[in-house]
Each structure stands twice: as C-alpha cells, then as structure tokens.
Design a protein around this ligand. Structure first.
Ligand SMILES: Nc1nc2c(ncn2[C@@H]2O[C@H](COP(=O)(O)OP(=O)(O)OP(=O)(O)O)[C@@H](O)[C@H]2O)c(=O)[nH]1
Ligand SMILES: [Mg+2]
Length: 475
C-alpha cells in the first residue's frame, strides 16, 4: 500500500449544487477528525475508550455512514462550511484504503478552502487517476476494470455507457482469463514433456493440441479482436470529416447534423478557415464531425494553411463526406479532392438539391467510387436522415453492434491481443512441425505474458502512467 494520503476535488470546478473533496490513505480519518465538527457530538464517533495509548478518535469514527456537521479550521477556529462527510474505512472503499469524502456546498471558494485545509493537514494533491490507480494497485480491480472507469466517465451515449459498465463488472477480464488459463495448461504440459520426454505423445498429441489451441486460444482471441473492430466506435466515437470545394455547403451540413449554428455560413467562398469539431449522436453511436476549410487551388497563405490542416485532420477520420453541388457539374477542384481522399471510406454528398429538377440525376464521373451517394439540401434539412443512416451503414455495416456481450477491447488491449494471437499461431505451427518443446514453451509464455498486460499483472510503470494520465484529477 502507498503511504501518502492523497486528496482532490472529485466534482468539476465552478459553481454547482455540491462539491466533493475526496481523501484516501492512512491519514484520511485523522485529517477528518481534525477538521470536522459533528453537529451532534455522537454523530462522528462512538465514545473513545479512555485507555491511555488506546485507539484515538479517528479509530472510533463510524464507517459507511454519512455524518452531518461543519468543517472548522483547527488553527483559526473559523467555520468554512456546513457539510456531509462520509467515511469508508479500509478495505471496504474505492481505493481499499481509508476514504473520506466531504460533501460541501458547490462553489469555487468553499471547495478550494476545504481542499487547502485538507492539504495543510498532511495530505498531498492526487495525480490524475490516482484513486483508481490505488484501487488497481491494492487489488480491488484489474486493469481492464480501471480502464473501463475512464470509459464510463467519457461515455457520450447510453450504448457506450452500457459497454463501459459491463467492462467494469469484468466481462473482458473473464474472457482474457479463460484464454490465459488454457495457455497456462498447455505450458504446464509442455514443461512436463520437457522433463519427461517419454510422455510427450500422451501430453502433447499434435492433433489434439492443435484442436485445443484453435478452440480455446486462437478462436477466442480472433473473436475479441473482431469485437474491437465492430464496436470501438461506440466508445471512441466515429470521426467523420466533411470535405469539398469552398461554398458547397459543408458548414451548413455540419450545422444541420448537430442542429445548431455551430459554424459560420455565408455566401462567400472561403468562410471556414479552421477545422471545426462538433459531436452528435446517431442511433446511440457518438459521432465527431469535422467541418473543414474549402479545398481549391489558392495563393492565399491563410487558406493554404487551412487546406493542409483539412488534409491532416481528414486523413485521421473513419469516414469522409465529400460534398459537391447538385447545380454544378464536378470541377477540376472536385476531381482533386476526390483523388486526395479516395483511399478512405467515402460517401458522396450531393448538396443543394433544392436548386435542381428532382427528376434529373446529376452527372457523377464514372471513375468515382463511393460506398454510397446521398442527395441532400443542407439549407432545408432534406435527406439528412438518409445520410445519417448511410454513415452508420458504411462504417458499421449491416450487423448491429453486439453490445449485449459487453465486450469491446480498447486500442491498447487490441494490439496486445494481436501479439498474443501471433504467439498462439507460432505455437500451432511448432506443434505441427516436430520442433523442440522449448520453442512451444517460449511462445506459450509470450502469449501468457501479453495477456497479463491486459489484466495488469505484468505491466510496466510507464504504461500505467500513460493509462492513468487519461483520467481526471479526483478519480
Ligand atoms: N440553396 C441552397 N443553398 C445552400 C445549401 N447549403 C448551403 N447553401 C448556401 O451555400 C452557401 C455556402 O454555404 P456554407 O455552408 O458556408 O459552405 P461551405 O462549404 O462551408 O463554404 P466554405 O466555408 O467557404 O468552404 C451559403 O449561402 C448557404 O446558405 C442548400 O442545400 N441549398
Ligand atoms: Mg464553411
């Protein structure tokens, strides 16, 4: 266990109904005793035994209760605020350490003053994610569950929340543990056959072992990797870049999709100079839309910077919406934009259909290849629902995301799963090629160690630093 006692504000800064200051560590109870005055003398403590050297007031604080009273600065005797204080003694707490939470009136000054007082009493300010990191270090949760805490905090839709909540309950952990157990069993038998070569036939009969690796290791690993591909957009959001010539209606489309006047729209070409990002939700899937500077040949240095930013941002998107005008045949600039992004999944969005005869289909160059083309009027909000449907269909396909299983690995976990899969394939080919048992053992150990990095059993400190730095302070 860590020795230092940490403290932080657990609620967002600014004005609010309540603000919560969280303290965790061996001094949490004594700090609480020093600064909290219960409204009734009996509410914080049971009477302390009068034995010299016996337990002090902190030991006598009742756990898993809410205590009503005031925070009083012990030096100045000044009352800082009226509060509710909750106490959760180790190990039955979030961090498995003594935890105290002070519920104060939300407001910058009150929360700040109490946190300062707590720090003056010997706590130190918590690092981002340090409470959750302690829950992990102290063995209450594994690393998949710790990472799911970030996902819960970041969840933008009910579906994303459902996935994160399932992962906190340990769905991914259980799948990974099952695969690891199979590998451990294989490793044990491999090591036994190294020690007792006469029993190899019986311990590692190639056909049976191959079938076993396929069913218990390779299949489940492939399944988990596929689940990332199918479902990561629910957690990470779908990045959709809107590109096109100046004035085709990209900003109008963004505004229409997010239903607010987010980007400036004018009849002047070159209105949008910078990439504008806005989030929305389609059918429970978070979508992050990027409106971009109109692309064309230009000598204007500001526009040129905007255009190179467009290319950079849109290259990182999951899907490109290429907007053209229904009332203009494609221009040289349109062709160049198509060439620039044709390597990406792309939808053609024909805008301004209100300006053309609905019976006449616009000319689209035959060499242009798109997942689909959708006709819209961003000005009048026509075709937007079909466009939303096509966005999801293009990226997710016809199969709805299986959120019931509750398992979608994140990018870190997925690349570890891929390493484990490579090691599992290596075991499979060794088993079938009569090569030394030692090599099978090495690959099995490799796969076991990889999976341990998902669970956090053998993960490096810098990886942990990187994971927990994504948290907010106070979690
Ligand atoms: N008639 C019609 N006009 C539209 C439609 N969509 C956009 N416009 C108009 O087209 C003009 C340009 O719209 P914007 O949304 O600013 O175009 P943009 O592609 O963002 O332009 P830049 O930022 O300059 O690259 C504005 O006058 C819009 O009102 C549409 O569906 N129909
Ligand atoms: Mg614009």
């Amino acid at each position: 266990m860590e020795n230092s006692t940490i403290a932080a504000t657990a609620t967002p800064g600014g004005r609010g109904g309540i603000g919560i200051i969280k303290i965790s560590g061996s001094k949490a109870l004594s700090i609480a005793s020093a600064i909290f005055t219960p409204a009734e003398s009996t509410s914080l403590s049971v009477p302390a035994p009068p034995v010299a050297g016996g337990p002090g007031p902190a030991d006598a604080i009742k756990s898993h209760r809410l205590h009503y009273g005031h925070i009083v600065d012990p030096e100045s005797r000044r009352v800082l605020d009226e509060v509710l204080l909750s106490v959760m003694k180790a190990p039955r707490s979030y961090t498995c350490e003594d935890v105290v939470e002070i519920n104060t009136h939300g407001g910058h000054a009150s929360v700040r003053a109490i946190l300062d007082l707590v720090l003056r009493q010997g706590a130190r300010l918590a690092e981002p994610g340090e409470f959750t990191r302690r829950a992990f270090i102290n063995g209450r949760i594994d690393l998949t569950q710790a990472e799911a805490v970030i996902d819960v905090i970041n969840a933008r839709t009910e579906k994303s929340l459902h996935l994160a909540a399932a992962q906190i309950r340990g769905t991914l952990r259980r799948s990974v543990e099952e695969i690891r157990d199979s590998l451990i069993s294989l490793l044990t038998r491999t090591e036994a056959s190294i020690d007792f070569p006469d029993d190899v036939e019986e311990l590692l009969e190639p056909e049976a072992v191959t079938a076993e690796i396929d069913a218990d290791v390779i299949g489940p690993l492939q399944d988990l990797i596929q689940k990332y591909t199918d479902g990561h957009v629910l957690r990470d959001g779908l990045k959709v870049g809107v590109v096109g010539r100046p004035n085709v209606g990209k900003s109008s489309l963004l505004n229409c999709m997010v239903q607010k006047e987010r980007a400036i729209v004018t009849e002047l070409p070159g209105t949008t100079r910078d990439t504008i990002e806005e989030a929305t939700t389609v059918d429970g899937v978070p979508i992050i839309l990027f409106d971009t500077a109109g692309m064309h040949e230009t000598v204007d240095p500001i526009e040129q910077i905007g255009i190179s930013k467009t290319v950079e941002n849109v290259n990182g998107a999951d899907l490109v919406l290429f907007v053209i005008e229904a009332d203009h045949p494609p221009t040289v600039d349109d062709h160049q934009i198509y060439e620039q992004f044709k390597h990406k999944p792309m939808l053609l969005v024909v805008n301004k259909i209100d300006l053309v005869d609905p019976e006449v289909a616009e000319a689209v160059p035959t060499e242009w290849r798109f997942a689909k083309s959708v006709r819209i009027s961003a000005l009048y909000g026509r075709g937007i629902n079909s466009l939303k449907k096509e966005i999801l269909a293009t990226v997710i396909g016809d199969n709805p995301i299986d959120i019931e299983s509750g398992i979608v690995p994140n990018l870190r976990q997925k690349s570890i799963l891929e390493n484990s899969l490579a090691a599992a394939h290596a075991i499979r080919s060794e088993v079938n090629s009569d090569i030394a048992m030692e090599l099978i053992a090495i690959h099995a150990q490799e796969a076991i160690d990889s999976l341990g990095q998902i669970l956090g059993t053998n993960v490096k400190v810098d990886v942990l630093d990187q994971i927990f730095s994504q948290f907010c302070i106070g979690k």
